[in-house]
Design a protein around this ligand. Sequence first.
Ligand code: ADP
Ligand code: ZN
Length: 287
Amino acid sequence: MYLGAIEAGGTKFVCAVGDELGNIIERISLPTTTPDETIPQVVNFFRKYEIKALGVGAFGPIDINKNHSNYGYITNTPKIAWRNFPFFQTLQKEFQVPIGFNTDVNIAALGEATFGAAKGLGSCLYITVGTGIGAGAVVQGNLLQGYSHPEMGHILVRRHLEDSYQGKCPTHYDCLEGLAAGPAIEARWGKKGHELTDQAEVWELEAYYLAQALMQYILILSPEKIIMGGGVMKQSQLYLLIHKKLDELLNGYVTLPPLNDYIVPPGLGDNAGITGALVLAKQMSLS
Ligand code: ADP
Ligand code: ZN
C-alpha cells in the first residue's frame, strides 16, 4: 500500500511516498515559494503513485479543528503568500483519498512516538528549536489538541538579568521563540548559530531559556520522553547544559528518569516529520 506524506515547512516542502511501516520509497524536497508555484509540483510528484491516503504536517498557525469553517487553512502566518490558504481543501480537490492535516511539530511527535525515541510509550513531547520554536505532544497515544493546536514556543520565560536583547518574535518580542530560536541567537550575537559553537556564553544562555520552557512543559504535561530537534539542537553540547539547568530549576520537586535518557535528540533524526506524516496517512487509511 502506498501512502503519501507532506512535511510543509516555511523554507522547504518535503514530499514522500512510503508504506505503513514508515519506510520511505521516494522523496523530494521543494522550495516553499507561493502556493501557485509549490502546490502543482507537489501534486505532480504524487501523480506517479496510487496513494491510499495522505498525511500532511504544515507550518502554521493552521486550523486543525474540523468544526471550524476554516479547518485546513494556514491562518495568520507572516508568509504573506500562504496567509489564509485553504491547504487541506486544495489537496482534497487533487486527491480523492483520506487526508490527515496537522502541524509540522505534531506529526514529528507522532513519528517519534511510533517509530522513534518514544516508541512504545503512551506520551511524549517533541520540540523543535529552529527558525521558530514549536512543540507537539502525544498524550495517551493521541496528539494533544484543543480548540486548535498548542503554540508552546510562545510561552513567557524569565529573562536573564544580563540579556538586554529585545526579542525577535513579531507578536510578543521576548517570548521563548523571540529569545531562543535560531534567528534570535543570530540577532543577539551577530553571527549564525553554527558560527558560535565555541562561545560558551551563547549556549549557557540558550539552555537557560530552554530549561525554563521544559520545566513548564513537564509540570503541565508530565510526558514520558522529551525529544528536542531542529537546527539549533545540532549544538549537541546543549543537551547537557539543559539537563543541568533543568535539574536546578526543578530542585527535586518531581521525580524524573535520568535526564540523559529523558531529554534526547530525535530517534528518527531529520526524518521525524516526514515519517510522522506517513503515520498520519496510515491512520487516515484505516478511518
Ligand atoms: P526550520 O526551522 O526552518 O525547519 P531548522 O530546524 O534547520 O529549519 O532551523 C534553522 C535555524 O537553526 C536557523 O536559525 C539556523 O541558524 C539554526 N541552525 C542550523 N544549524 C545550526 C547549527 N549547527 N548550530 C546552531 N544553529 C543552527
Ligand atoms: Zn511569540
